[in-house]
Design a protein around this ligand. Sequence first.
Ligand SMILES: NC(=O)c1ccc[n+]([C@@H]2O[C@H](COP(=O)([O-])OP(=O)(O)OC[C@H]3O[C@@H](n4cnc5c(N)ncnc54)[C@H](O)[C@@H]3O)[C@@H](O)[C@H]2O)c1
Length: 309
Amino acid sequence: MKITVVGAGNVGATCADVLAYREVANEIVLVDIKEGFAEGKALDIWQKAPIDLYDSRTIGTTNDYSKSANSDVVVITSGLPRKPGMSRDDLINTNAGIVKSVTENVVKYSPNAIIIVVSNPLDVMTYQAHLTSKMPRTRVMGMAGILDTARYRAFLAEALNISPKDIQAMLLGGHGDTMVPLPRYTTVAGIPVTELIDKDKLNAILERTKVGGGELVKLMGTSAWYAPGSAAAQMVEAIVKDQRRIFPVCIKLEGEYGINDCYLGVPVVLGKNGVEKVIELDLNADEKVLMEASRKAVREVMDVLDKLG
Ligand SMILES: NC(=O)c1ccc[n+]([C@@H]2O[C@H](COP(=O)([O-])OP(=O)(O)OC[C@H]3O[C@@H](n4cnc5c(N)ncnc54)[C@H](O)[C@@H]3O)[C@@H](O)[C@H]2O)c1
C-alpha cells in the first residue's frame, strides 16, 4: 500500500507520522512546495522508526509528483491555515487554487487513488477536488466530522469524568459554526448521554464544539494539527484495511437528506472503495432546520468558488 500526503505542514506531517507509527501502509510519501521541507519531515519520521518500532518507509519530495505515482490514497492538506480573527471561508481564494493544482498532479500520477481533503474551507475544498479530479463522488471526500465529534467527545469525557473511549457520537453538516451535533445519537457505553448530563451542560458543550477550531486558533495563533492529522489518518486506515467503519465524512449529496449538489458531512461506511454507503438518518424537525442552515452556509461558499471559476 502507498499513501501520499500533500502538504508537509502541521496537519500533513502529523498525519504522515500517525500513518507510519500505526503501519497503515508500507510506503508513505510527503509532498510540499517548500524546498526541502517534506524531505526533512519525512526523514525525521523515518528516523523515529527504530525508536517507535515501525517499518513504514516515509519519503519526502519538493513537488515531484512522480514519486507519489500509483498511490492508493492521497490526503490533501496543502493550503493556508486560519489565523486569529479569520473564518475558514476567508481562506477560499488562496486555497482553491492550491487544491486545484494539487489535485491535477495527484490525478495525473495516481488516477486510481482515493482522495481525502483536509484543506479549508473543508466542504468547498472537497467540492474543488471533486470537480478537478472528475472522479466518482465516492472516491473524493473531506475530513471534518471525525475531528468535530472528537472535540465533542473529549469535552464530554471531561465533563463526565470518564474515558473518551466509551463515548460514541455523530454529527452532520458543514465544517463550520453551522455544524449539526446530534445529542440524541450520542451514547456513553450504550447509555444515552441525555441520561448522564443535564441539558444546560450538554448545550454548553455543543456550543463549545461548534467553535472548537476557533478556540485553538485563538490559543495558538494557527489552527490545530494533532487531532486533525490523526482524524485524516483514521480515514486512510479504514480505507486501506477495508474496515467498513462508520464515520461522519464530507461527500457530495445526491438526494440524501433531501439535498442535492452540496458537499456536507454525513455518516458513511468507509472501506476499500472509499465511501461504500451513505447512511441516511431520520432527522426530526429541529435537526432538519439545522441541516438546512448548514446547507445554505456551505452553498454560499460553493457559489463563491463557482464565481472564481
Ligand atoms: N478539515 C479540518 O478539520 C482541518 C483541521 C485543521 C486544519 N485544516 C486545514 O488544513 C490546512 C493545512 O493546515 P496546517 O496547519 O497543516 O498548515 P501549515 O501551514 O502548517 O501547512 C500547510 C503546508 O502546505 C504547503 N503548501 C502550500 N501550497 C502548496 C502546494 N501548492 N503544494 C504542496 N504544498 C503546498 C505549505 O508549504 C505548508 O507546508 C489548512 O487549510 C487548514 O485550515 C483543516
